[in-house]
Design a protein around this ligand. Structure first.
Ligand code: DAH
Length: 344
C-alpha cells in the first residue's frame, strides 16, 4: 500500500505540473482528489491494516492530498496568469496604426453672417438686443402704428398661435420692447428669425431672418441713417459697395425708404443677379414715426431716431453666392461642409 501511495503521488505530481490548460487542471483535480480517486480508495483500504499501522498511513494519505491540493492551487494561478498575459497581448495597441479622423463640424453660412453683422454693428457702437419669436399683436403691429385693417395682419400672411399671440412677422417688435425698457440714447441691432405665411420658393421661406436696427437720441437725422448704412455695406461686402434709398411706405417710419446696395455680382454695371439694374434690394428703413414714440412713452419733441430692417438670408446668399434660399434651410451636409474654412 505504501508503494501504491508513492506511485499515485508521483504520477499525480507529474501530470499536474505538465497540464497546459485550466479545464485540464480541473479534471485532474477531481480525478486525484475526488471521491472516486485512487487516494480515496486507499482510504477505504485502511481497515485492512492493523490498528497500529492505521493512523500513520491515514496521515500519509492526508498529507499526500494536501501536497496535491497545494500544487493544483499553484498551477491554477500560473495558468491563469498565462491566460491573462495572452489576452493582454491580443488587445495590445498598435501605435503605428493611422488615427481615425474626426468629422469636424462647420458653421452654417447664416451663423457666419449673423456673427459678422454683429461684429460690424458693435464696431459702430451698437448693442445687441433680443426679443421673442412669439409676439403679441401690440408689439408686432399696434405699437408699430400698423392700422387695424392692414393686410399684413391677415391670417393669410401671419401665423397666429393661441390667445391672439403670433409668430413675429418681422424683427421690428424688438424696437418696441427696447424702447419700453430703455431711455434714449438707444443704439441697438436685433438679429433674429421672422415668420410669414409665404409659399416656399427660391426666394421665399416661411421662416427667414432679419436684422433690425434702431438709433434714438437727440438730433438723429436721415444723414445718420445713410451714413450707418454705407458703413455697414462697405464693411460687409467690401470697399466700393454703395447703398441707396428709395422712397417707400412703412407705418412705423416717416419718411420711409427702401434700401438697395450696389450689385455684388457686377459692381453696378448690370448682370443676372441684379436683373441688369445694378442694384439689389436689402430691406426697409426710415425715421421713427412720432406715433411709435408716443406708444412707448418717448418724447418725440426731444428725440428723433432712425430704424431699418435688412434681410439676413439675402445677405448670406449674396455673400456666399447661394442662389436658392431653400439651401439655407435644407442643411445638406455636402453644402454646409463647404463653409469649413470659414470657421470663426
Ligand atoms: N419691418 C419691415 C419688414 O419686415 C422692415 C423695416 C422697414 C424695418 C423699415 C424697419 C424700418 O425698422 O424702419 O419688411
Amino acid at each position: 500500500m505504501k508503494e501504491d501511495l508513492k506511485r499515485i503521488l508521483a504520477e499525480a505530481k507529474e501530470r499536474i505540473l505538465t497540464t497546459k490548460s485550466l479545464p485540464d487542471l480541473q479534471n485532474l483535480k477531481s480525478s486525484f482528489l475526488g471521491k472516486k480517486s485512487e487516494l480515496s480508495q486507499l482510504m477505504m483500504k485502511l481497515r485492512e491494516l492493523t490498528p497500529e499501522e492505521r493512523p500513520a498511513f491515514g496521515k500519509a494519505i492526508n498529507d499526500a492530498k494536501g501536497v496535491l491540493d497545494t500544487l493544483i492551487t499553484k498551477m491554477y494561478s500560473r495558468l491563469k496568469d498565462a491566460e491573462i498575459n495572452r489576452q493582454n497581448k491580443d488587445m495590445s495597441v498598435d501605435l503605428t496604426m493611422p488615427g481615425r479622423s474626426l468629422n469636424k463640424g462647420s458653421l452654417h453660412p447664416l451663423t457666419l453672417v449673423w456673427r459678422e453683422i454683429e461684429d460690424v454693428f458693435i464696431s459702430l457702437g451698437f448693442e445687441i438686443a433680443e426679443g421673442t419669436d412669439i409676439e403679441d399683436e401690440f408689439h408686432n403691429f399696434d405699437a408699430l402704428n400698423t392700422p387695424q385693417d392692414h393686410p399684413s395682419r391677415n391670417l393669410a400672411d401671419t401665423f397666429y398661435v393661441e390667445n391672439k399671440q403670433l409668430l413675429r412677422t418681422h424683427t421690428s417688435p424688438v424696437q418696441i420692447r427696447t424702447m419700453e425698457t430703455h431711455e434714449p440714447p438707444i443704439r441697438i441691432i436685433a438679429p433674429g428669425r421672422a415668420y410669414r405665411n409665404d409659399k416656399i420658393d427660391a426666394t421665399h421661406s416661411p421662416v427667414f431672418h432679419q436684422v433690425e436696427a434702431l438709433y434714438v437720441d437727440e438730433n438723429v437725422t436721415f444723414a445718420d441713417l445713410k451714413d450707418t448704412l454705407n458703413q455697414f455695406v462697405v464693411k460687409m461686402f467690401g470697399p466700393g459697395t454703395k447703398s441707396r434709398i428709395r422712397p417707400h411706405f412703412f407705418p412705423f417710419t416717416e419718411p420711409s425708404a427702401e434700401i438697395d446696395i450696389s450689385c455684388v455680382g457686377c459692381g453696378g454695371s448690370g448682370c443676372r443677379i441684379c436683373k441688369d439694374s445694378g442694384w439689389i434690394e436689402m430691406g426697409g428703413a426710415g425715421m421713427v414715426d412720432p406715433n411709435v414714440f408716443e406708444k412707448v412713452g418717448i418724447d418725440s419733441e426731444k428725440y428723433t431716431g432712425f430704424a431699418f430692417g435688412l434681410g439676413m438670408d439675402r445677405i448670406a446668399m449674396l455673400k456666399y453666392n447661394i442662389k436658392d434660399i431653400r439651401v439655407l434651410f435644407e442643411n445638406d451636409l455636402r453644402v454646409l461642409k463647404q463653409f469649413r474654412n470659414e470657421n470663426r
